[in-house]
Design a protein around this ligand. Structure first.
Ligand code: NAP
Length: 522
């Protein structure tokens, strides 16, 4: 059976449960999970009414899972054990398609209890035997899976644990891929988010979504809309190729929405995921080793951003992969590809993206930047990429940075001059490029360069793209200077990654439109 998107109904009474069921059907639920542990008045009649209401709301009747979760395993109300078993038995009689019971409680049941007797008489409802770990990983995931199937061979084992780091998800992937039995296996928490999506690629019986952010019943649950629209749930197949952005934090990255929209527009069997790789080089390396050791996952490439661009290049150097000249010069990579022989290639699309944004706005060739006086504000990752590009084109660069030691170090590497932000009064540049995060949402009222230092003859380029028109650009415009926003660089670098990921050019106009639409909606 293809993985179904289940939406839990968690309401205190029958009327609000019915309203939630209607909303879940509108959100395109493929299975409804009736979380009857949320019902304040729990009894056999209430459960029968709820199942028949759920069945009557759609012509063919939507499949239902009935769950009366134990409070110890995440249940809402501490209903007595015997009542919980009796209402689950009633759910069997009332035509539920699945009954979910905690494995710990299954073991405690007498052989002639009402639930097992009801199940024996019928063929239809399958028993899901579930286990949850809200603290971390189970001591032995595979063993627990085996124990459940030994105890009840026709059961669907449901194993859900908390991923404290994205690297904790791989045990769940291996088990899902390795078992032939219908199973439900995924991880909770932000670090486990991708396991809820990949559940479909790896053949979990169901994966769970909430109607909206308010009604989520577990940490890290996505909404049905996020599943369907952003992560293209209906299109995920066992052979879907995977891409993603490696970053920490990653939740607010625009890249998954944008790349998935482009994959969709080009009708490609590819999916782009947010990959929250917390920690430093050690955790980053372990993540890539986990991916490279599991070809079955189908990962083909990554965007890489803060704080891992340098780690990405180092990993490719250490594993003797291919390094594009520019990425090597910059000392950082924002794009990785996995080659057929499982080696990696490292690229940097930030630098050409910035140079293209500047040259096309000024309608000049790259050579036109030779001997130009350029002031680069900032000495972080983006400044590094831009300084490397300008230095290649023999521009005269002066780096200004808050932390002067960092400016000095970068200037020494690329043979340019440097100063602190206090020395901006000596600014004598034809082109000024902001490579700091100053002015970025939500701090939109700040600027890295006081307006009195801006001149009419200048071209001012701000790499910040959210908002597209920063305070720096507004003040530069007022002075009469020509301005270039960071959006064009953002679109260029993402489009260059799309080309590396797909070997095809996207529709540039459509790409820019998607990015603007996304940023305006936010
Ligand atoms: P990074 O490596 O963390 O560098 C941040 C830079 O900003 C450093 O030079 C830092 O100075 C400076 N800075 C931060 N807060 C400051 C403050 N309050 N006052 C003065 N200087 C401050 O980050 P990055 O990767 O270079 O990214 C920088 C910005 O580039 C991002 O915020 C983003 O808006 C933009 N960006 C744009 C694109 C695009 O495609 N358009 C792509 C990537 C990034 P210190 O050295 O003193 O800390």
């Amino acid at each position: 059976m293809e993985t179904k998107l289940a939406i839990p109904i968690a309401a205190p009474d029958l009327n609000s449960a019915q309203e939630q069921i209607k909303k879940a059907l509108r959100a395109e639920a493929e299975i409804i999970e009736l979380r009857i542990d949320y019902l304040e008045q729990l009894n056999v009649n209430a459960v029968e009414t709820l199942i028949s209401k759920a069945k009557s709301l759609r012509n063919s009747g939507i499949p239902t899972i009935v769950t009366c979760r134990d409070k110890k395993q995440g249940g809402a109300i501490d209903h007595p054990f015997s009542l919980r078993i009796d209402v689950l038995a009633a759910a069997v009689e009332a035509g539920a398609d699945f009954i979910d019971l905690e494995f710990d409680n299954y073991i405690k049941l007498d052989k002639d209890n009402s639930l097992l007797s009801a199940l024996k008489k019928k063929t239809k409802p399958r028993l899901i035997l579930s286990a949850h770990d809200f603290e971390g990983k189970f001591p032995d995931l595979e063993k627990l899976h085996r124990q459940i199937l030994n105890a009840y061979p026709n059961a669907v084992p449901k194993l859900v644990y908390t991923a404290k780091h994205i690297n904790d998800c791989f045990d769940a992937f291996d088990l899902l891929r390795g078992t032939k039995q219908d199973s439900i296996i995924f991880c909770m928490g932000q670090a486990g988010l991708i396991s809820r999506i990949l559940a479909k690629k790896l053949g979990s019986l169901v994966t769970f979504a909430s109607i909206d952010e308010k009604t989520a019943t577990a940490p890290g649950q996505l909404t049905a809309e996020q599943f369907k629209k952003t992560f293209r749930f209906d299109g995920i197949k066992p052979n879907t190729e995977l891409f993603g952005i490696i970053s920490s934090p990653v939740a607010h990255s625009a890249s998954p929405v944008i790349h998935n929209a482009w994959f969709q527009q080009s009708n490609l069997n590819k999916l782009y995921l947010p990959l929250l790789v917390a920690g430093g080089k050690k955790e980053f390396n372990l993540f890539l080793q986990n991916i490279l050791g599991r070809a079955y996952l189908g990962f083909k490439g990554f965007s890489v951003t803060i704080p891992h661009k340098q780690n990405a290049l180092d990993f490719v150097i250490e594993t003797k992969g291919f390094i594009e000249n520019l990425a090597g010069k910059i000392g950082a990579s924002n794009t990785l590809l996995i080659n057929r022989d499982n080696s990696l290639s490292a690229y940097n699309t930030d630098c050409p993206a910035a140079l293209d944004a500047i040259t096309s706005a000024l309608k000049i060739k790259k050579e036109g930047l030779r001997n130009l006086n350029v002031a680069v504000i900032g000495a972080g990752g983006v400044a590094r990429a831009i300084v490397a590009g300008f230095s290649d084109l023999k521009a005269n660069i002066k780096i200004y940075n808050r932390t002067i030691e960092k400016a000095e170090k970068l200037a020494a590497e690329f043979d340019c001059s440097y100063a602190g932000l206090d020395d901006l009064n000596d600014l004598d540049a034809k082109l000024l490029v902001n490579c700091t995060s100053v002015g970025m949402y939500p701090n939109t009222n700040s600027t890295p360069v006081p307006k009195e230092y801006l001149k009419k003859e200048m071209v001012v380029f701000d790499t910040v793209y959210n908002p597209p028109k920063t305070l720096l650009l507004k003040q530069a415009e007022k002075t009469g200077a020509k301005t270039i926003d960071g959006l064009s660089m953002f679109v260029n670098q993402a489009a260059a990654q799309f080309k590396l990921f797909t070997d095809t050019d996207g529709n540039a106009e459509l790409m820019r439109k998607t990015v603007i639409e996304y940023l305006t909606k936010r």
